[in-house]
Design a protein around this ligand. Sequence first.
Ligand SMILES: CC(C)(COP(=O)(O)OP(=O)(O)OC[C@H]1O[C@@H](n2cnc3c(N)ncnc32)[C@H](O)[C@@H]1OP(=O)(O)O)[C@@H](O)C(=O)NCCC(=O)NCCS
Length: 328
Amino acid sequence: MSPVLCRHDQPHLDAIAAHSVDWCGRDLDVVQWAKTPSGAEHHAWIDESGGSVIRLTPGRRARNGHTAVVDLVASPDAPTVDLLRVVTGFADQWTALERLELAVPADHAVIASALGLDFVVEVRQDDRYGGGRDGLVLGRLRPGFRPRAPAPAPSWPNRESVQPPPLPPWRFRPIEVHDAEAIRSLSVEPTVLFGTLQSPSSGVDFYADRNLKPRPGDFSGVLDIGGEVAGMGGLHPSGVGGVRILGMAVAHAWQGRGVGRHLLGMLLDAARSLATRRVELNVFEDNSRAIALYESAGFRVEGARRYDAIRAGGHATSLDMALIEPSS
Ligand SMILES: CC(C)(COP(=O)(O)OP(=O)(O)OC[C@H]1O[C@@H](n2cnc3c(N)ncnc32)[C@H](O)[C@@H]1OP(=O)(O)O)[C@@H](O)C(=O)NCCC(=O)NCCS
């Protein structure tokens, strides 16, 4: 049994941190892992030799609390099956987690161990780590897990009944604190709850706080049409150099009128100016209109994360889509 990570393991973490990008393709902030006690926000173990660490972080949102991300920092050929077995055993015996997710470069030896512990390859990510290094996302459902079907999509605005007007003057601008009320109304509309991970329990203060504290490296804004927030979108850091995660939503009253296509175009322009080599996003498999929009812009489906979100009383599966080298 691998020991639980403790503060006195800090020297090991300092040594492991120096290899994180090389081993895992991304800069995992391992040095911090022992600073938050294992058992609080995350659960972490170190192998007997002190050469590899693993961490389990449960989803923090209402709609993904049944899932957890597994982060592993180990050399590509390290024997990691024991660390992985500790994590899966802990999840199955001591938690309510239904789904675990592990993202690693496609050449990592942990993949063989994971496949032996009921993980399946769900997503193949083209050139995710740069220099032609692909990535894999492996997902594991709790043995015996029985998904519930979510309710179908709410009705979308009928495009034929909407005269496509020439858009009035509009601009993409940074989010301001006073936008919280408009962002909340947009976010809790049934079609946006259907298409995103927003929660109807989130109040204005939640959105105001989030607008005040953007994550480092975050590029987000609202689409302002004549002073009205018609949509919002952003490019968020992925932890991997040159890779950004795209998210967007259009207010119900503006859907089906060309706003989403404009917004996506602006976000892809921003991605290019930020020297992004890969834009990725996550979309529910039954969100056909969003999928059609992304496919028409060149995004390609890379796989499906099984039952990774709660939606309308059931478990929904999302697709990973990516656009390599976004060009105009
Ligand atoms: C998905 C969404 C962003 C699209 O924006 P939009 O402004 O409604 O879409 P547009 O009017 O710009 O249309 C763009 C494309 O979307 C698709 N689309 C839009 N409305 C559609 C509808 N009612 N039925 C089918 N396809 C539709 C079409 O492919 C369309 O391209 P086309 O006009 O060349 O046929 C928007 O509807 C939305 O915010 N939905 C709720 C939140 C969400 O799902 N966000 C995406 C998370 S991944």
